[in-house]
Design a protein around this ligand. Sequence first.
Ligand SMILES: *Cc1c(COP(=O)(O)O)cnc(C)c1O
Length: 224
Amino acid sequence: MSGNYVARQLQTVKQTLNNGVQLVAVSKFHPAENIEQAYTAGQRIFGESRVQELQQKVEQLPRDIEWHFIGHLQTNKVKYIAPYITAVDAVDSERLLAEINRRAEENDRVIDVLLEVHLAAEETKYGFTPQACREFLDAGTWKAMTHIRIRGLMTMASNTTDEAQIAAEFDKAHALFHELREKHFANSPHFNIRSWGMSGDYLIAQNHGSNMVRIGTAIFGLRQ
Ligand SMILES: *Cc1c(COP(=O)(O)O)cnc(C)c1O
């Protein structure tokens, strides 16, 4: 894939983003050269979903890249990425959050996290249900974790062509975000990220409350 392709696709995607919507370029399964091409074209935030692959890329690529871990993160792997990861975008358990906090403290850092909420029709083991997310925040154990910052919510819509259903799921995430912000983060301006929208549905997402989209295929092409 030529560098022109990635730069051109990146430009095309950016032209379609609403003002104030942040772009996480999802580079999983794509080689470091392709990331470099997006970097040269100005992109600084990249998303990866596998620890080992991320480690290799971090060593090869510029230091000022902000890496987001976007997939399911196993607790026993947090220690490998804690020295440099900017954000963990899919936290769905107190155990994982506590481990991120512990490893961030060891590295004298603060790591941003998003809580993953499951609203889609498909069954999955990942993500808080809205009720579990409420209960987790109500319990309050997270307040003692001084090396993480809960920045907002992340969700994925159902894998469907029904745009009304996708929009309705994003609207639910948006409503939950406001409910939780009022209840738990009224005095903390950092709770301000709503991460939903991927290549197939980010145009819907940004019109239904998203201010951070995670886009892979539309920038880098199909994954192997
Ligand atoms: C792979 C992935 C994306 C990007 O998907 P595309 O359809 O390629 O844009 C976004 N979010 C998560 C959590 C992913 O795993």
